[in-house]
Design a protein. Structure first.
Length: 751
């Protein structure tokens, strides 16, 4: 019998006696893959339904017969086991499947008598071979558009294999470092981290390895990369353990390995399983995203994800960002926030600062002309201190000033997403800029976004947007932007719908199999009944489904049985999450909800009227209960925080009495005023840059005179940055609130 070799890690490749064979159709290839990887015989009825779901039974069976005939011919007539009602693949010593080989190599390490999360010297060879065998993701680049069930099966096979590779690379890194193979361990750790950039133990291991090899600067740079990616993607700071390691390396407590030794390296910790639930019911949308991203050509691509609040836009977008980064692409992100639609350019400020925080920023920053840096410093003042000697920017009222300003910001963002010189000679992955919650973008940001989209010509760059469909009506600027891009074959909108009941069931089953948080469900007498109830209560909205599972996993219910029922609505659910934090915690949540989705320590303390110790203690409790996340502050201004979800903030704000809301808004405004005055010695425009926020809070506090004054200041500041629509809105609000100088305002408006 001829030798049959099947390579499915990476692009599918099949060889018969060492000669590549061409299978007649993609369906035939998919059928061979399915029979080989499952290792079982399948009924003709099941195969026909899987691969031809749109056909009736007789036509599907006929199509299956034709495909089996073509496949059997391509394989030399020797490998298919075709019976009257079942089909399988003959297995024997002449059959080779790289997926099976990969699993056998990993299983070999289980025979060495140590825990599965550890590795020994005997593990080096099989783990190294397994990593080398993994040429790429399972069936990379292959899809069956008319067979969603097969695409789903392929997706989850690929995800499972990626997890196994990640675990193997973790153990390989550990074994290599323990055996003094520091350089090889660094290579393995880099590959491990590329698969899972958010896995903090991988960052720590790579920091230790760099330090052991004498690359202290690289170790410190890796810490900064860890802090950046955790902040950008999860909104959380690095763990204390990671920061302690950073401080030890910085002080020289952990140094290079001695000749022939292993250096001061502790073994990699067992990898904790990610608490995030897997993507389910999104195979079609994920395939559309990957297709759009893969099709980014020389003139770029604008890609949008839309759907209702809580539908999973950010989750899917972040998966694409992770995919692009793992492929070697440069990625940056910015976010818009509710209540900040009059704060000019806020998502671009966040994206620009993210680009400037990249460890390799000098690669592109040094190539930017000084006059461009001077213009960009209007949005990111830290550029002036980081690049001393910059020429002064031209006056704001000089001809072409706004165009120069826009062009400078675009040059900075485009340069930061360029591939490194080593990748420019080949067609690598496109750079990606992600703007989340674009429905809250201010008018000036929309102007700059349109300008950036027009500058994509000649650039392999993808702009990814996520917005709530209910807040972007027909004719909205963002829809016009996508329509213009689509006419040039460079624009795609992917719409997300709610999960089906089967997808909710799959999510519950996945939680039972792989998520520690769902451990209380294991003793449930009826997981199917739980999934039914979840679907009924949430109507398939992913955020609510996940929130229910989170509450269950935290032990809120004792069991899923007749004497316990789920909360009747998400409002009840969120109440159940807030209940344990105590009175002080709830008061801080009320104050924070008035400030906005994101808030800093000083403003929260001022608004709540609490002392330092009380505020810190209550914040720690809120973080521990998963209601608030701690994120790093901007420019060394201290810690900042974020609600875990905006629905939580909205609920707390709505249930705070009007009188208390007014009091809290007044305290926030007064705190911001005091802080801006305190910064006047360092930044002359500090009072102006926070004027819009101050005006907003005075207005909601019912203090119209103060609000009018600060709306006037906010208008002046917006006009200086060419955010004319925002400036007009501020000036008109100042007029409506009775500003004492209406003549100046009418002149500014142009009446």
């Amino acid at each position: 019998m001829p030798r049959l070799e099947m390579h499915f890690l990476g692009s599918p490749r099949v060889e018969l006696d060492g000669v590549p064979i061409e299978v007649d159709t993609r369906k035939a290839t998919a059928l061979l893959v399915y029979l080989a990887v499952t290792g079982e015989s399948h009924s003709r009825e099941a195969l026909a339904a899987l691969f031809w779901p749109d056909y009736d039974e007789s036509h599907a069976r006929a199509a299956l017969r034709r495909t089996l005939s073509a496949l059997n011919k391509a394989l030399g007539g020797a490998w298919l086991d075709v019976e009257r009602e079942a089909v399988g693949l003959n297995r024997g010593p002449d059959l080779y499947l790289d997926v099976e080989h990969f699993h056998r190599l990993l299983a070999e390490c289980l025979t060495h008598g140590h825990p599965t999360t550890e590795a020994c010297s005997n593990c080096l060879s099989p783990l190294d071979q397994a990593a080398a065998l993994y040429r790429g993701d399972f069936l990379s680049g292959f899809t069956l558009r008319d067979s969603p069930a097969f695409d789903d099966w392929q997706f989850f096979q690929a995800e499972s294999l990626r997890r196994e590779l990640s675990d193997a690379l973790e153990r390989l890194t550990q074994a290599q470092s323990q055996n003094g193979q520091i350089d090889r361990a660094i290579d393995s750790a880099r590959r491990w981290l590329a698969l899972d950039p958010l896995h903090e133990p991988a960052h720590r291991q790579l920091m230790q390895l760099y330090a052991a090899s004498g690359q202290r600067a690289a170790a410190l740079r890796q810490y900064r990369e860890c802090v950046k990616v955790l902040d950008q993607e999860l909104g959380v700071p690095a763990l204390e353990e990671t920061t302690r390691l950073y401080e030890a390396i910085k002080k020289g407590s952990i140094g290079a390995a001695t000749p022939g030794g292993r250096g001061d390296i502790s073994p990699a910790l067992p990898r904790p399983r990610a608490p995030a639930y897997p993507l389910v019911g999104r195979a079609t949308e994920w395939a559309a995203l990957l297709k759009a991203y893969a099709s980014v050509g020389a003139n770029g691509q604008v890609l949008a994800l839309e759907g209702e609040a809580g539908i999973g836009k950010t989750r899917l977008a972040e998966a694409l960002v992770d995919y692009a980064r793992a492929a070697g692409a440069a990625t940056i992100a910015g976010r818009c926030y509710e209540g900040e639609s009059n704060l000019a350019y806020s998502p671009f400020v966040e994206a620009l600062r993210a680009a400037l925080a990249e460890p390799d920023r000098d690669r592109w920053l040094n190539a930017i002309a000084p006059h461009v840096l001077s213009e960009a410093a209007r949005l990111a003042p830290e550029l002036a201190s980081q690049s001393p000697g910059l020429p002064p920017a031209p006056p704001l009222d000089s001809p072409g000033a706004q165009a120069r300003f826009f062009d400078a910001i675009c040059q900075m963002l485009l340069a930061s997403c360029e591939p490194p010189p080593s990748l420019k000679m080949r067609l690598g992955p496109a750079g990606l800029i992600f703007f989340d919650d674009a429905h809250w973008a201010d008018e000036a940001s929309l102007d700059l976004l349109a300008y950036l989209a027009r500058r994509l010509r000649g650039r392999r760059l993808c702009i990814l947007l996520a917005w709530r469909s209910e807040q972007i009506p027909v004719g909205h600027r963002l829809r016009r932007l996508l329509a213009d891009a689509a006419r040039a074959s460079a624009g795609t909108i992917v719409s997300l719908s709610r999960l089906s009941q089967s997808a909710v069931t799959e999510l519950v089953q996945s939680a039972l199999r792989s998520t520690p948080a769902a451990a209380p469900l294991v003793n449930s007498p009826s997981p199917e009944r739980l999934a039914e109830t979840l679907y009924r209560e949430t109507e398939g909205l992913p955020f609510f489904v996940v929130e229910y599972l989170t509450v269950i996993g935290q032990g809120a219910p004792k069991a899923v049985g007749e004497d316990w029922s789920l909360p009747g609505s998400v409002r009840d659910l969120l109440h159940s999450r807030v209940a344990p934090v105590g009175e002080t915690g709830r008061q801080l949540l009320s104050a924070a909800s008035v400030i906005g989705r994101s808030f800093d320590f000083e403003t929260l303390r001022g608004a709540s009227g609490r002392g330092d110790e009380e505020t810190v203690t209550a914040l720690e409790a809120l973080i521990a209960h998963g209601l608030v996340n701690e994120v790093s502050g901007d420019g060394g201004e201290g810690p900042a925080y974020d609600f875990s979800h905006d629905k939580l903030r909205s609920l707390i704000y709505e249930e705070t009495s009007l009188a208390r809301r007014r009091l809290l808004h007044r305290r926030v405004a007064e705190t911001l005023v005091a802080r801006s005055r305190g910064r006047l010695h360092a930044r002359l425009d500090a009072r102006f840059s926070s004027a819009a926020q101050i005006a907003h809070h005075y207005h909601l506090a019912g203090q119209e005179a103060e609000a009018a004054e600060y709306f006037k200041l906010a208008g002046d500041h917006a006009r200086a940055l060419y955010a004319n629509a925002d400036a007009l809105a501020h000036f008109r609000l100042a007029l409506a609130l009775g500003h004492p100088d209406p003549a100046a305002l009418h002149e500014a408006i142009g009446d």
